[in-house]
Design a protein around this ligand. Structure first.
Ligand SMILES: [Zn+2]
Length: 496
């Protein structure tokens, strides 16, 4: 088992952005755990904890792979955020059977909860599910059933042996003995059924309560002694329900019915969703899709370098990040002011492409002009710039400057700190600050790359210069608040 612990500390970004002091514990997290990683029966478990404590509801979908109404509904809840209470979501309990669109592979997984000493992947998955069931306060097993359940025989597709359009329990009451009060399963199910039926126009398709009376001597569903809900009922002593959409219905309707059922159970258990859920994960670009001279696009991952020839035309088609919206790219020193996505640009100098999600910088890739002619598009990870250097443009002329070097310019020159070259660290992670110049007056983050710095008298703030004489300035580079470099800008009198 590997715990990926995608714990998202919500509001952390908001806090730092609004300069608020968020002293209280950051509640509300999502933990994604992968069991049997890399195996065919990989099992994904999502634990969603609300900001306020409460009951835990377990939702299992896809225990039989040919019942998509259940597992597609469960899938939505894996992305939920909660205000109160907790969810444990297993959208695809039996992934191999889903891939095969079959009920089972070796054995019916929902008949494996009573030990049968047959060891297979189903048994291993069931062992995990058993633990999750006993950890929860309530459990929903999402299914599709054949025909329509009815307590009276109506016809061969609508009778007491059918499962569709019903909520199934193993008995009407769960007696808990020492564990606490008895739980009225039938009453809970009836409340939920009433809510689902409000959304169903055709009375013939109404949901009904279906008591399997699993351990009664006269039960017609003895096979359910081996089911997940009976395990929950009998061993963990928690209220457990099988939700059955009728197989023959359109997929969307089946999914919706499950969603109505889950929402109604959440309401009964006082588990309150966030609507919409706030999940401010740190934006991270994964890769860019770039074509060169209209070739088939290539994938360039974060911090990788694409070798091209001088004069090549590039086009960034898309970027893939942990967000879908608010994404843009900036080809440093070229193109539009704000966004160069899909724009064809001729590249004459090595440069960097910076990805952004809204105003957050979220990753870079590099375009390297090779001195030899490049015949084939190659993407590499290596960088020949181990130390910090600065890419300046003085009156339009490119100048590469080493860290701690002095740059002599004349009063009136126009200086642009176009970028830094920083080796293995993403240049967008740095702040490059010309002391005595403010690039963005609305939001002075200190970042001064990309602005035209006019050194004419009266533009720079002299109090930031050496001896306040307005002649010697410096550019300070920091990485996560730590000073990592500096260059000196020496301004000489107007050129004659
Ligand atoms: Zn089923």
């Amino acid at each position: 088992m590997k715990n990926k612990s995608h714990i998202k500390k919500k509001f952390a970004l908001v806090c730092s952005f609004l300069f608020l002091i968020c002293s209280q514990a950051l509640a509300g997290q999502k933990i994604h755990t992968v069991f049997f990683e890399g195996e065919e029966n990989e099992l994904h478990v999502y634990r969603i904890n609300g900001t306020k404590p409460g009951k835990t509801l377990l939702i299992i979908g896809g225990i039989q792979g040919d019942e998509p109404g259940g597992f597609l509904a469960a899938d939505f809840y894996a992305d939920f955020m909660l205000e109160k209470g907790n969810l444990i979501v297993v959208p695809r309990a039996n992934f191999p059977s889903i891939l095969k669109k079959g009920r089972k592979i070796n054995q019916d997984m929902n008949r494996k909860f009573l030990d049968d000493n047959i060891s297979n992947y189903e048994a291993r998955v069931v062992n995990v599910l058993k633990k999750l069931i006993c950890e929860s306060d309530s459990f929903l097993n999402l299914h599709e059933g054949s025909g329509i359940y009815s307590d009276k025989w109506e016809n061969k597709n609508k009778n007491p042996n059918r499962f569709g359009q019903s909520i199934i329990t193993d008995d009407s009451i769960l007696k808990r003995g020492d564990l606490g009060e008895d739980i009225y399963l039938e009453e809970m199910a009836q409340k939920v059924i009433e809510k689902i039926n409000q959304h169903i126009e055709n009375k013939d398709l109404f949901f009904h309560f279906n008591n399997h009376k699993t351990n009664h001597p006269d039960s017609i569903h003895k096979e359910q002694l081996r089911s997940a809900t009976y395990y929950a009922y009998h061993i963990c002593k928690i209220p457990a329900f099988g939700i059955e959409s009728a197989k023959f219905l359109p997929l969307e309707q089946k999914v919706r019915q499950h969603i109505y059922a889950i929402n109604a159970f959440m309401e009964i258990l006082d588990i309150i969703p966030q609507t919409p859920g706030i999940d401010l994960e740190k934006p991270e670009m994964q890769y860019m899709i770039i074509s060169v001279n209209d070739s088939i696009p290539v994938v360039v991952e974060k911090m990788q370098r694409l070798k091209i020839n001088k004069g090549d035309t590039i086009q960034i088609h898309n970027i893939v990040a942990n967000y879908e919206r608010g994404l843009s790219v900036d080809v440093i020193g070229l193109g539009n002011q704000f966004n160069d996505m899909k724009k064809k640009l001729i590249i004459n100098e090595s440069t960097r492409i910076e990805a952004k999600k809204d105003f957050y910088k979220c990753g870079s890739v590099f375009l390297d002009i090779d001195s030899k002619s490049v015949r084939q598009l190659t993407v590499t990870d290596s960088s020949d710039t181990p130390t910090l250097r600065y890419k300046l443009r003085i009156n339009g002329q490119l100048k590469i400057v080493n860290n701690y070097e002095h740059v002599k310019i004349h009063r009136g020159d126009k200086l642009v700190i176009e970028d830094i070259l920083a080796g293995s660290v993403d240049p967008s992670k740095y702040i490059v600050n010309f002391k005595g110049f403010v690039g963005n007056h609305q939001n002075n983050s200190g970042e001064d790359r990309g602005y035209v710095i006019d050194t004419a008298k009266g533009v720079l703030m002299e109090r930031y210069s050496l001896n306040k004489k307005g002649r010697h300035y410096y550019v300070l580079t920091t990485l996560r608040g730590k000073k990592v470099g500096k260059i000196f800008i020496d301004i000489q009198p107007y050129a004659s």
